[in-house]
Design a protein around this ligand. Structure first.
Ligand SMILES: CC(C)(COP(=O)(O)OP(=O)(O)OC[C@H]1O[C@@H](n2cnc3c(N)ncnc32)[C@H](O)[C@@H]1OP(=O)(O)O)[C@@H](O)C(=O)NCCC(=O)NCCS
Length: 136
């Protein structure tokens, strides 16, 4: 882990560095800075930023009800800082600070989550459009 790593709550001053991080990964968060700001500061959100060498090197967003359930909506670490424990620290802090009983994620990195002790359960996703309602 970088010796100077700090995990801090997301503030507007982090936005430019964060947008660069999203752009490098071609995530949809890179498309519109103001939308990304609104998304990462939405009600119920906890967004944490990992800082090293005065640069944004990682981000995690957990969205929770403050009591029982939380969802890990964003987790990203700059390529040069991967495999140094940054994401593990972000997830641990997100879990602790959301004060929820569980943290769910739709995974793009199964091996990572398994390594951290997440258990695989089935999940579903729907995107905007007609939700099928067939009559029997
Ligand atoms: C997945 C990701 C967040 C991991 O970040 P990271 O900072 O490299 O992870 P860490 O260094 O904290 O790794 C923690 C442990 O998981 C392991 N690990 C990391 N990435 C892994 C992977 N893709 N597969 C299997 N194990 C992995 C590490 O070796 C480490 O193991 P250890 O505790 O035995 O040393 C990072 O690779 C990333 O940002 N990827 C692109 C975005 C992405 O896929 N985000 C997840 C969206 S669901």
């Amino acid at each position: 882990m970088p010796s100077d790593l700090t995990i801090v709550p997301f503030e507007r001053k982090h936005l430019p560095g964060l947008m660069e991080l999203f752009a490098r990964e071609r995530w949809s968060y890179a498309e519109d800075e103001q939308r990304t700001w609104r998304a990462l500061t939405a009600p119920g959100s906890l967004t944490l930023i990992a800082i090293s060498d005065e640069a944004v090197v990682g981000v995690a967003q957990a969205i929770g009800d403050g009591e029982i359930q939380a969802f890990l909506a964003v987790l990203l670490v700059a390529e040069a800082y991967r495999h140094t424990g940054v994401a593990k620290r972000l997830v641990a802090e997100a879990l602790a600070r959301t004060h929820c009983l569980r943290l769910d994620v739709i995974s793009c990195a199964d091996g990572f989550y398994e390594r951290l002790g997440f258990k695989c359960v089935s999940g579903f996703r729907v995107t905007p459009g007609p939700v099928r309602q067939e009559s029997r």
